[in-house]
Design a protein around this ligand. Structure first.
Ligand SMILES: Cc1cc2nc3c(=O)[nH]c(=O)nc-3n(C[C@H](O)[C@H](O)[C@H](O)COP(=O)(O)OP(=O)(O)OC[C@H]3O[C@@H](n4cnc5c(N)ncnc54)[C@H](O)[C@@H]3O)c2cc1C
Length: 357
């Protein structure tokens, strides 16, 4: 079976990996380049925290998808590193949650989901905590480094016979009941047996004529990069803001959540806001050069609930899109669900809550 995947971000690449493992022939069509950031693609830009920040505010359905993704990452990263030589830098660096947060809800959730959690002193972790010292330490929370995950995936897909059709843009679909071929903006017709939309924030553009109830819109996020003299040893979260230390001494500070359409610009106001939040936790960052400042467009959906399902009318078209804030975390689980649906198998998770409206 030949499957054509529309979009080569983390979701498209992990879907391709899963389909290849199941014996399918796969083509990824990407209007830019796989594993690069050209105009707002989300996967390269993400922080790489493999955890839904405050899981106790999300539904069980979202948490089941993120928690399965987390479970699959060690095996995927081991395989990518071994077979491509590129290290996705998966590491269990733990996450410290600083006040204010709902302590009772956090503790109940961690108990129910058997996630190790301890009360901790922010001061003992060497960070400033403007709202009090009562922090929560989550030692098993992991991170991976998105540009390296993407490079490793790209190499693995090439090694395993996946065709990457880059700089090739697909046109929006119109109302057929079965797709023979998908037309590109330069007039080519790309044939396949089955098709999957993994086009991130741009998915609604491709589907608006055929799945008008689908709610996906771009939500911009910006991140700053520092190299402090002494880096954090753990990830730190405080009221919507986080810092992620990398193995090579770099430190990410992010991110914003902005409803500004398809504008991938970085802004002075976000730079000021993020650097003030970073310095409130690590005063030594005050005045330190910002090495880089970037943005990405998340595929925003109500409640962070992606669509992982068959298309409501086009019988050989599938959707795997709308992972919003947690696409890096959710990608392994959602790739397995959509691949099972494509191959006519029973998915490991009930797909009903992810049905396209
Ligand atoms: C600042 C920021 C921080 C984040 N931090 C985290 C985090 O710590 N943890 C986490 O789990 N998630 C995080 N995320 C979210 C995560 O990055 C996204 O949910 C995820 O990358 C979405 O992946 P995707 O493959 O659906 O989209 P994308 O990576 O955007 O890929 C979609 C691809 O489709 C292509 N495409 C679109 N239209 C067409 C077309 N017509 N024809 C051909 N190709 C097309 C695009 O060029 C693009 O490459 C973060 C996001 C941002 C922006």
């Amino acid at each position: 079976m030949h499957v054509l995947i529309a979009g080569g971000g983390i979701v498209g690449c992990m879907t391709a990996m899963e389909l290849v493992t199941r014996g399918c022939r796969v083509t990824i069509v990407e209007r830019n380049q796989v594993a690069s950031q050209t105009s707002g693609e989300s996967s390269w830009a993400g922080g790489g925290i493999l955890f839904p920040l405050l899981p106790w505010i999300y539904s069980d359905v979202v948490n089941r998808l993120t928690m399965t993704g987390i479970r699959f990452y060690p095996e995927i990263c081991r395989r990518l590193k071994q077979e491509t030589g590129i290290d996705p830098e998966l590491q269990q660096s733990g996450m410290l949650i600083l006040p204010q947060y709902d302590q009772a809800a956090a503790q109940n959730w961690c108990q129910a989901w058997k996630l190790p959690a301890e009360k901790a002193s922010a001061c003992a972790f060497g960070v400033a905590s403007p709202e009090g010292d009562d922090a929560l330490w989550l030692p098993t929370v992991s991170q991976a480094r998105p540009p390296y995950v993407m490079q490793a995936l790209r190499k693995w897909l090439e090694q395993n016979g996946v065709t990457l059709l880059e700089r090739t843009e697909l046109k929006p679909l119109s109302g057929e009941t079965r797709l023979q071929a998908w037309e590109t903006v330069d007039g080519r017709r790309l044939a396949a047996d089955k098709f999957v939309v993994t086009s991130g924030a741009w998915s609604f553009d491709l589907l608006k004529e055929t799945a008008s109830k689908l709610k996906i819109k771009p939500m911009r996020g910006q991140i700053l990069l520092y190299r402090p003299q002494k880096n954090l040893e753990h990830m730190v979260y405080r009221e919507g803001f986080y810092m992620i230390p990398r193995k090579d001494g770099l430190l990410l500070a992010g991110s914003t959540l902005e409803d500004v359409g398809f504008d991938p610009a970085t802004t002075e106001s976000a730079r000021a806001e993020l650097s003030a939040k970073a310095a409130a936790i690590m005063p030594e960052l005050q005045g330190l050069p910002i090495l880089k400042h970037w943005s990405g467009l998340r595929p925003g959906t109500p409640e962070n609930l992606p669509a992982i399902s068959a298309h409501p009318q086009i019988e050989n078209l599938f959707l795997n899109t709308g992972h919003f804030r947690y696409g890096l975390t959710m990608a392994p689980g959602s790739a397995k669900i959509v691949s099972a649906l494509i191959c006519g198998e029973e998915p490991f998770l009930d797909p009903a809550p992810f049905a396209c409206p």
